[in-house]
Design a protein around this ligand. Structure first.
Ligand code: N0T
Length: 538
């Protein structure tokens, strides 16, 4: 007979990232889940800090808290484990009705070993640091030593075992991030003799296959195959295989979805050199290396601290791939970052997890805001309030149907949504709700207050050939006829405002007249619309 715990597990499957025709869903308790996350500050991973974490997560309307668990914290003495913080965290997350993403701060945290226990980070004989090009010793641990990997793996496996033991029937913990911002600054790779010897060997078959390379014998070492990219590819391969081995061991115990986060390479600067950014980490130009090296890692995710829309959008585009689900693992917490959730969801993102959300008083300005109180949270609460009532429905539509989404560009210019052959839509910003902007080209009426800071965005999901779910903030959406309907008259037939309850649309009222004559106008209030479009012969 099944035990109680086992039957509960059978009823609610373990969280899983599923893929269908290049679309992704993070399944939690058997249904698609949208992560509306908030990541706590780095040193908030102690019971004493938690009373300052939960209020911020609540004010934010987040459904998920992302929290580090440090190797130094769970294994301060080799072989002696202490999971008291994990127990407290999981219990309090349940009391606060949020899910958890746990970050494993271990061999690499922002590339350095600060979160490794003292017995690791002070023993350079047993756990060697890598060698810089000039022969000096780097601050970062080398990925080339079994001793380091096995020690990290042992602690990670204990953590995963513990999570299974306390959470295997409830799934409060929905994802794990092994390590944090891997790679190394100041070098492209480990330049030790050991590393040189490995680079002189043939490139592994999986990697050759990924890059479609068929080098001749004798021409198959790393430098011969990859030329100027060889150092970075080698380091990325070394780190990715190291982490994959750890994740595989965890998966054998309790296979939660895992992802790694990237300290980014500038997507707009082709001359950005490895080592100036974290070389070997999962930056866009080595996504294929990571995919070949780390089949157990579900996805690679960007940490977005570049506020300009051009840069932010480019990075989203680079990580939203058929073979990689988009997940914003970190984002700055200045007000300008909040709107990018619309772009992330438009690219079929499975979640958004901006950084620095607790009331411990720390600000990482200029990466994020100078504010550390409710003012920091407000812009994110505004976007999360819009999605919180339909997080499950949105995630399902994103997986099963078609979705679009845009956020306001820095120059506030209009954007076009190609909704297929029948319809399209234009999204515009900084408009009053009444009237058409083109009637007032001099802009004598000025702009709505505060609209100089971009905060707008719109998402659209297809419900049927003629119906769309539309939600937005500080933007106007105007629907139009696509090429199949070009010769017909086109109208917005019916606009319903409503909300979701237990997965069902609950009608509140019909929008018409001023509310629809000048496009559908979203303000700073959360509003969800169901829009039906129609044509007539003319
Ligand atoms: C992030 C966070 C935390 C455009 C910084 C960002 C977090 C880590 N690192 O507060 O430390 O744990 O993942 C690095 C950003 C580099 C500068 C980018 C300038």
């Amino acid at each position: 007979a099944l035990t109680g715990a086992a039957s509960a597990q059978a009823a609610a499957p373990i969280p899983e990232l599923v893929q269908k025709n290049g679309k992704y869903a993070l399944m939690v308790d058997g249904a698609p889940f949208l992560v509306l996350g908030g990541q706590a500050n780095n040193s908030s991973n102690y019971e004493a800090a938690l009373p300052k974490v939960w209020p911020a997560i609540k004010d934010m309307h987040a459904n998920t808290l992302t929290m580090p668990v440090a190797w130094e914290q769970i294994e301060p003495v080799e072989g002696k484990f202490d999971f008291s913080f994990v127990d407290t965290l999981v219990r309090q997350a349940r009391e606060n009705n949020v899910r958890l993403v746990i970050l494993w701060f271990a061999t690499w945290k922002n590339t350095g070993p600060s979160y490794a226990p003292t017995w690791v980070k002070t023993d350079n004989k047993r756990f060697p640091r890598l060698t810089n090009k000039d022969g000096t010793t780097s601050y970062a641990l080398s990925p080339l030593y079994d001793t380091t990997r096995e020690a990290d793996k042992k602690a990670y496996v204990e953590l995963v075992k513990h999570i299974r033991a306390i959470d295997g029937d409830q799934h409060t913990v929905i994802m794990l991030q092994p390590e944090n911002e891997t790679g190394v600054y100041g070098a492209a790779r480990d330049y030790s003799k050991k590393a040189d010897a490995l680079m002189a060997k043939p490139v592994p078959a999986e990697l050759l296959k990924k890059y479609n390379k068929k080098p001749a014998i004798g021409q198959n070492n790393w430098n011969a195959v990859f030329g100027k990219d060889a150092d970075e590819y080698f380091h990325a391969w070394s780190i990715a295989t190291y982490i994959d081995d750890i994740v595989a061991a965890g998966d054998a115990i309790y296979p939660l979805p895992t992802y790694v986060n990237a300290a980014l390479k500038d997507p707009l600067n082709p001359n950005h050199l490895a080592g100036a950014y974290a070389s070997g980490g999962p930056v866009y130009s080595v996504i294929d290396v990571w995919k070949a090296a780390a089949p157990h890692i579900e996805l690679l995710a960007p940490d977005l601290y570049t506020p300009t829309s051009q840069s932010y959008e480019k990075t989203l585009e680079l990580y939203a791939r058929h073979d990689n689900a988009l997940y914003v693992a970190e984002s700055g917490n200045s007000p300008v970052y909040a709107r990018y959730i619309f772009s992330a969801l438009g690219r079929q993102g499975i979640g958004f997890d901006p950084f620095g959300f607790d009331y411990t008083g720390y600000s990482n300005h200029p990466l994020g805001t100078t504010k550390t109180d409710i003012e920091m949270v407000k812009p994110f609460a505004t976007v999360y309030k819009l999605f919180e009532g339909m997080d499950r429905e949105w995630a399902k539509l994103s997986f099963d149907s078609q979705v679009w989404g845009v956020s306001e560009p820095d120059d506030h210019s209009d954007q076009t949504l190609d909704l297929g052959a029948k319809w399209n839509a234009t999204v515009s910003y900084r408009e009053w709700q009444f009237g058409l902007r083109k009637w007032d080209p001099e802009n004598r009426n000025g702009y709505p207050e505060g609209s100089d800071v971009p905060s707008g965005g719109v998402v659209v999901a297809k419900l049927s050939d003629t119906e769309f779910l539309v939600a937005g903030l500080n933007a106007r959406i105007t629907f139009g006829a696509g090429k199949d309907n070009a010769k017909k008259g086109m109208l917005v037939d019916r606009v319903e405002e409503g909300h979701f309850e237990d997965g069902k649309w609950v009608f509140e009222r019909v929008w018409n007249g001023d509310q629809t004559d000048y496009g559908l106008n979203f303000t700073g209030q959360p509003v969800i619309l169901k829009v039906r479009l129609a044509t007539y012969e003319q």
